[in-house]
Design a protein around this ligand. Structure first.
Ligand code: SRM
Ligand code: SF4
Length: 563
């Protein structure tokens, strides 16, 4: 079990890093475009990944030249909330230090790509100057805490936002390493810096999200710790607690798999932080520190069993958790378009394809957003769908806002099909070192191919979630929607279907390897069967779940050989 396995190299690094310091300060001060392997692994805890441009790497290698190294920097923002001033400051940094784009992540964060090594420290310092941080945006710690993004001005939403902030702040690493390395705080050592995490932090990343049954737009069950708030008349009764969600898997390793969190209990409103700390301690002590591919809480859940986990959790928490309370089925509301906030103001949910805020291909989205945020003081909220909600708008400004967006070539949600509205894609190539295929850069043609097939069968307005990832890690939660396309080998995807829109049922693999160019042709007969055979009100994912792989393949005879 966890304690007896040989520990991985990253474990030894963490332990000897003097609470995340290692030689990072010296490495950043030295020249060159890269950091060492130890520097690479420690840098994650500070919110950055070293990457290289995979588009140019082969040609450069052939010429005997160095790859184009740069860094991804991830900003942590609980519940995706930013003030208008913070957004404008980040927007300015995209030009000063990065590749001129900002990217909304599937966990409501913002990433910069293309930061060169010599700019890393000033870029991170500049982010901190906006009262945001990159600390623990990556690494074996609690990541950005997600929460329902809807900017509804009522007690329910205010409480969720406050609780997401509370968890995010209280579960940050306590070491001063980050402040000393990036913010010029006077150097010094922490004697015992991490009362919660300890010297080796967690075995792996740890994800927390808060949702309500009425708004699961964060895919709460994909998290290690899923907290589902139950309210009565605006008063928080408490949280149903579910453990062990996580979607990453490794091809050809059957002992790795996506998993949705399992309900384990219920806690009152004042026990939120205490239960989160108890779960973190449990995973800290029981998680696998020998094999990083099996180190998430989900494997503790399955290896040890629910009864063991509940007993253990009770001892960390100080008492057994109350049984989970009955709750309505989880739902995902549509937050795009215009909505009343409840305080006389409105928000506008704007689709951002793959979350990439850029001025490109005749669409000046980045300029439009900066102008809207600046002119109308709209505090933006990032969603787990990689979209942005512009909040606190005056209803009287709708027309000029629409005109501004039109002038910048930005499409409003209302002109998109539901498929385009709900499609997610991870960054994949050229920045992600783990990508096997394209994702973000082929989102548009894939959406178009599937839209054509849907239209042919009268399904253009059908609400279907499509999630594309360049590898099996599932960063766009490809196993938790109606359709998942998972990069398998260059140019080809495994097709997953049968999940549900609300994120409560995982999908299954239908086909192992389908070329991108063939996706439309493969989905066409599936959509035809769905249109002809669906039951009243049945969604595409539910239809696929009902028929199962065999039933679907029977409607797709030529695809059998590929399965
Ligand atoms: Fe992710 C690794 C991007 C959400 C599961 N993820 C990566 C890295 C850092 C690649 C790497 O390790 O070298 C990617 C950087 C690419 C780039 O160029 O920017 C990356 N993940 C992303 C983002 C940006 C995708 C996006 O389209 O927005 C998301 C950043 C969220 C954030 O703000 O923190 C992102 N990643 C997710 C999610 C979705 C979620 O959490 O809701 C998952 C699935 C849930 C889960 O954690 O299981 C996810 N990412 C992974 C994994 C698989 C982990 C596992 O347990 O096996 C990896 C690989 C790893 O950790 O070894 C990974
Ligand atoms: Fe990279 Fe794979 Fe995550 Fe996509 S799913 S960002 S390819 S790790």
């Amino acid at each position: 079990m966890a304690g007896t396995a040989k520990r991985s190299g990253v474990e030894l690094l963490k332990e000897t890093s003097r609470f995340l310091r290692g030689g990072l300060a010296e490495e950043l001060a030295s020249g060159g475009s890269q950091v060492t392997e130890d520097g690479y692994n420690l840098l994650k805890f500070h919110g950055s990944y070293e990457q290289f441009d995979r588009d140019t790497a082969t040609a450069l290698k052939q010429r005997g030249e160095e790859k184009e190294y740069s860094f991804m920097v991830r900003v942590r923002m609980p519940g995706g909330r930013l003030t208008a001033a913070q957004y404008l400051a980040l927007d300015a940094l995209a030009d000063r230090y990065a590749n001129g784009t900002l990217r909304i992540t599937t966990r409501q964060g913002i990433q910069f790509h293309g930061v060169v090594k010599s700019d890393l420290k000033p870029a991170i310092a500049a982010i901190n100057a906006t009262l945001l941080t990159t600390l623990a945006a990556c690494g074996d710690v609690v990541r950005n805490v997600m929460s329902t993004p809807a900017p509804v001005r009522d007690a329910v939403h205010a409480r969720l936002e406050a609780d997401a902030r509370l968890l995010s702040e209280r579960l940050l690493p306590q070491s001063r390493a980050y402040h000393q390395i990036f913010l010029d705080e006077a150097p010094g050592e922490d004697a015992d810096a991490e009362p919660l995490y300890g010297t080796t932090y967690l075995p792996r990343k740890f994800k927390i999200a808060l949702a309500t049954p009425q708004d699961n737009s964060v895919d709460v069950l994909a998290n290690d710790l899923a907290l589902i708030a139950l309210f009565e008349g605006g008063t928080l009764l408490g949280y149903n607690v579910a453990l062990g969600g996580g979607l990453g898997m490794t091809h050809n390793r059957a002992d790795t798999y996506p998993r949705l969190a399992t309900l384990v209990g219920f806690v009152g409103p004042d026990d939120l932080l205490r239960v989160a700390e108890a779960v973190i301690r449990l995973q800290r002590d029981a998680g696998n520190r020998g094999d990083r591919r099996r180190a998430r809480l989900k494997y503790v859940m399955d290896d040890r069993g629910l009864a063991w986990v509940q007993r253990e959790l009770a001892s960390y928490f100080g008492a057994p958790l109350a049984p989970p309370r009955p709750m309505p089925a989880l739902q995902v509301p549509d937050l795009l378009g215009w909505h009343e906030q409840g305080d006389g103001r409105v928000w506008l949910g704007l689709p951002v394809p793959s979350g990439r805020i850029a001025d490109a291909d005749g669409v000046r989205l980045r300029s439009a957003l900066a102008e809207l945020v600046g002119r109308y003081g709209a505090d933006p909220v990032m969603t787990a769908q990689q979209d942005v909600l512009l909040t606190n708008l005056d209803p009287a400004d709708r027309q000029p806002i629409k005109a501004l967006l039109r002038d910048h070539g930005v499409a409003l949600a209302e002109v998109l099909t539901p498929l385009a509205r709900w499609a997610l894609a991870c960054p994949a190539l050229p920045t992600c070192g783990l990508a096997l295929t394209e994702a973000e850069r082929v989102r548009a043609p894939i959406v178009a191919a599937l839209e054509t097939a849907l239209t042919r069968h009268g399904l253009a307005q059908e609400r279907i979630s499509l999630r594309i990832t360049g590898c099996p890690n599932g960063c766009a939660r490809s196993y938790a929607g109606d359709i998942g396309l998972v990069g398998r080998v260059p140019g080809a995807y495994a097709i997953y279907v049968g999940g549900d829109f609300a994120g409560t049922r995982l999908s299954f693999k239908l086909l192992e390897r389908v070329k991108q160019a063939d996706l439309g042709a493969v989905f066409d007969p599936l959509f035809a069967a769905f249109a002809a055979e669906r039951r009243e009100g049945e969604a595409f994912g539910a239809f696929c779940d009902r028929l199962g792989a065999e039933g679907l393949l029977a409607r797709l005879p030529e695809a059998r050989s590929a399965a």
